[in-house]
Design a protein around this ligand. Structure first.
Ligand SMILES: Nc1nc2c(c(=O)[nH]1)N[C@H]1C(S)=C(S)[C@@H](COP(=O)(O)OP(=O)(O)OC[C@H]3O[C@@H](n4cnc5c(=O)[nH]c(N)nc54)[C@H](O)[C@@H]3O)O[C@H]1N2
Ligand SMILES: Nc1nc2c(c(=O)[nH]1)N[C@H]1C(S)=C(S)[C@@H](COP(=O)(O)OP(=O)(O)OC[C@H]3O[C@@H](n4cnc5c(=O)[nH]c(N)nc54)[C@H](O)[C@@H]3O)O[C@H]1N2
Ligand SMILES: [Mo]
Length: 766
């Protein structure tokens, strides 16, 4: 029996032999070095590995395909600005093993779908274009021209351009992303969902509305100079290890750090810089001065409690708020204060799950410091009230005048290495009219004004057969999106699914009636074109644009660059009706950058400035107190408390990353810092919650999520008692994405609420 789309989309529910140790309090250090070296030596030859590690994140080198944390402007470590997980990301991409025709001839799609994500990832690098014909069981080779023709044929057969969906993941460089959205717009749709929709979209919405720019306002230098940094809903030890070096520097300069997180993540507690041999021997730096074990989604309640006490103090002492800043630069203060006064401190504190003693420690630090930075990631953005979460923290910064001055401001820490740049150059289903007007002025066609599908809308449209072609530039759509069962049906309804990828993943196996795999160059590889080896560019989390240039030989002769793939498809699809000479761009990427300079603000002298060793900063209004909002000022906002009413037996579940994964790419089966080894099918539970349910350590359970009377199930998880607040639990994504309801998402931003899933834990009876 052939597998159903849902079966193909699911990871096997079998166990891999869990072992548990005490969670680690220290991050990085020797263990990190060992783990990185282990990973690299498994997948790469050592000369290549050394070559890469010396060039990674160096001026004129290549941008690490891991996270979007910025590189220091001035001095960079001679060992390379790398980290354990950056090395793993690199080894994964630059591995020697390739998969070609013989691999696909040997293994049927159904067979490959029976593997775990970890096993799928180990198959190797995709090395030639492959085609899955209608009703076929195996992929077969296809030429690049054949693939372009197939895509053009399907796209041109659609009744309307809106029947195609063009997804982007955040590794795509500025050059490829710009051309891609240009092609999509000339083709006639704005259906440009991207991974950002599932990631920092809520940050973009909240920050645009309150501060007039959807990006953070701080630079690395600000972090060094801050008096107080709050790290909220973020696990930097695993996901942004190089951020710990910056926090360490901040502490050295006298700064204080507060971590707000349901879990006492190792990186937040202590850090041993792997590039500092003395520290390696002597043990690390304590990172968080105060750790706040917030209940899941208790952040608005906690910040409100802080705001209430700040206001009380201000009314007595008159020196808590930055009144000059508030008067000159903000709007909506009175309404905000009137609303704040309707909340009760005790209720807010109770909802946050934090003791008064701990609260007072945080309050003192907020009262006594004037240069405050708030850093956050998915712990704030993946909730239904994600936008409120972020706006409430912005209120705190505004009261303290902590925005647009040295050592202060907002720091949403981005995920993928160029997710911010992709949005800057036009990957946006809801692009502003001013941007579309620029496109029209430059290229002479009218881009569609109607907003396109975000990720959630795209899944619905495919399910309802309103969209019939899915195209993914990078990423692993089926494993990354919520509601796996529904999403699998949605994709299988398509006539054609196309993935431009470096590695085999589940999205190649959950397909439309026909499917294509288009293998592309990775960041670390040389990009040979007519005018020579090409340089590309990326934007980091702090708005710095810099160049990236591969240094290894491509793993196969049959790879194309993403730029060449986009040009090829655009040229073939829009043949005879395009106003653009598509093929010129792939020969010389300088031409793409000249175009970006004309269309996107802030890229003056792009080609020239890209040659500056540290790149260049894009303009940022919030950084200089120029707030490009509807009121022309920084806006206070009014945010409600979320109102959770858990029924008896229900818990709130967050789906998080282990230490051995990059999103849907599973490097290994350990979550070293949390003390969990050789198993991903675990549910971390509060020990009292376990007792109440008569559950024992390692007991096998099924998880059920409950949303608007629909029950979703994920089977076979082992219970692990953990230091997590009561009524909360945690599992790894993507195994539990099946439990995340498609229609539970952040208001205004539509970020899936994958950190607040209501579940029950069902013990198996035999
Ligand atoms: N090695 C590695 N690096 C990565 C990635 C990776 O998978 N692996 N992914 C990249 C990407 S795309 C992204 S977006 C980032 C993700 O980086 P993170 O956001 O750090 O990743 P998550 O594992 O989703 O962790 C979220 C953290 O939020 C906490 N949390 C959950 N719910 C709440 C809440 O309600 N309130 C608060 N205060 N905290 C909460 C969790 O305990 C956890 O520590 O990392 C990027 N870098
Ligand atoms: N439940 C739950 N779901 C989540 C999250 C969560 O916390 N919980 N996090 C969400 C977040 S923050 C994000 S960003 C998304 C991630 O969603 P995606 O970005 O779609 O997923 P990734 O796993 O990062 O994509 C990995 C694939 O990208 C391809 N790839 C890697 N490098 C390149 C490259 O240079 N070029 C091309 N063309 N392809 C490349 C490889 O084939 C690899 O298999 O997942 C989201 N989903
Ligand atoms: Mo992300």
């Amino acid at each position: 029996m052939p597998k159903t789309p849902f079966e193909k989309a699911s990871t096997p529910e079998t166990f891999t032999d869990l072992s548990i140790k005490a969670p680690s309090e220290n991050s990085a250090g020797m263990e990190a070095l060992k783990s990185a070296v282990g990973q690299v030596s498994k997948y790469m030859n050592l000369t290549d590995a050394l070559k890469l590690s010396l060039k990674i994140n160096q001026k004129g080198g290549f941008d690490c395909p891991g996270c979007a944390w910025p590189d220091p402007d001035d001095e960079r470590s001679v060992l390379g600005e790398y980290c354990e997980n950056g090395m793993k990301a690199m080894a994964e991409e630059a591995q020697n093993k390739t998969i070609k025709t013989d691999f696909f001839a040997k293994h049927a799609v159904d067979e490959l779908a029976g593997l775990s994500d970890f096993e799928i990832g180990k198959s190797g690098r995709l090395a030639e274009p492959m085609y899955l014909a209608k009703d076929a069981t195996h992929y077969q080779p296809i030429s690049w021209d054949g693939a372009f023709a197939k895509i053009a044929e399907h796209l041109n057969a659609l009744g309307h351009s809106d029947e195609a969906v063009f997804y982007t993941s955040g590794r795509t460089t500025n050059e490829a992303a710009f051309l891609y959205q240009l092609f999509v717009r000339e083709f006639g749709t704005s259906n440009l969902p991207d991974c950002s929709n599932m990631c920092h979209e809520a940050s973009g919405s909240a920050l645009t509305e309150t501060l007039g720019i959807g990006k953070g306002s701080v630079t690395l230098d600000d972090l060094y100079k801050a008096e107080l940094v709050m790290v909220v809903g973020q696990n930097p030890g695993t996901n942004h290890p190089r951020m710990l070096t910056a926090l360490e520097k901040c502490k050295k300069n006298g700064g204080k750090i507060i971590a707000i997180n349901p879990l006492p993540e190792a990186g937040l507690i202590k850090f041993t810089n792997p590039q500092n041999p003395i520290k390696l021997l002597k043990g690390g730096t304590k990172i968080a001065d105060v750790f706040v074990p917030i209940t899941i989604n208790g952040d608005v309640a906690f910040v409100k409690a802080l705001l209430i006490k700040l206001l009380e103090k201000e009314m007595v002492d008159g020196n808590v708020f930055d009144k000059e800043f508030i008067e000159t630069f903000t709007y909506g203060y009175e309404a905000f204060i009137t609303d704040l006064k309707t909340y009760d401190f005790d209720e807010c504190l109770k909802a946050s799950g934090i003791s008064l003693e701990l609260f007072n420690q945080v309050l003192d630090m907020v009262l006594n410091n004037q240069k405050i930075i708030i850093c956050w990631a998915m712990g704030l953005t993946q909730h239904q009230n994600a936008v409120d979460n972020i706006r409430e923290f912005v209120n705190l910064l505004l009261l303290k005048g902590s925005i647009g001055k040295e050592g202060a401001g907002t720091c949403p820490v981005r995920g993928h290495s160029n997710v911010q740049g992709d949005r800057t150059v036009g990957i946006w289903e809801a692009a502003p009219q001013a941007f579309l007007d620029k496109i029209e002025a430059k290229y002479g066609f009218k881009p569609r004004h109607k907003h396109g599908y975000s990720v959630i809308d795209a899944i619905k449209a495919m399910y309802e057969q309103k969209a019939k072609v899915f195209f993914g530039l990078g990423g692993n759509f089926i494993s990354a999106v919520p509601d796996t069962k529904y999403a699998a049906e949605a994709l299988s309804n398509c006539n054609l699914t196309v993935q431009v990828s470096t590695k085999l993943n589940r999205s190649h196996l959950v397909t439309g009636k026909e499917a294509l795999i288009l293998p592309c160059l990775g960041r670390s590889e040389k990009d040979y074109q007519k005018s020579g080896i090409q340089v590309q560019s990326v934007e980091n989390s702090m708005g710095v644009v810099s160049s990236t240039k591969g240094i290894l030989e491509p793993c196969s002769e049959k790879l194309l660059s993403e730029v060449a793939v986009v040009c090829g498809i655009a040229n073939e699809t829009l043949k005879g009706r395009s106003k653009i000479n598509w093929l010129q761009y792939k020969d010389d990427y300088n031409l793409v950058r000249d175009d970006i300079e004309e269309v996107v603000a802030g890229f003056e002298s792009y080609n020239q400035r890209l040659q500056q060793p540290s790149g260049f900063y894009l303009p940022n209004g919030a950084r200089i107190r120029k707030f490009n909002t509807t009121s022309g000022k920084a806006n206070f906002s009014i945010n409600k408390m979320p109102d959770w009413k858990l029924k008896k037996d229900e818990l709130i579940m967050m789906t998080i990353r282990s230490h051995d994964q990059f999103n849907t790419t599973i490097y290994g089966l350990n979550d070293r810092y949390r003390g969990i080894f050789n198993e991903r099918r675990v549910v971390l539970m509060n020990r009292e919650d376990m007792k109440e349910r008569n559950l024992e350590e390692r007991q096998v359970v099924n998880l059920k999520s409950h949303y608007k009377s629909v029950v979703r199930t994920a089977n076979n998880f082992k219970v692990v008692g953990y230091d997590i607040p009561k009524n909360c639990c945690a599992t790894y994504f993507p195994e539990t994405n099946v439990l995340v309801p498609l229609d539970s998402f952040a208001h205004t931003a539509k970020t899936p609420a994958s950190k607040s899933v209501v579940v029950t834990i069902e013990a198996l009876t035999d």
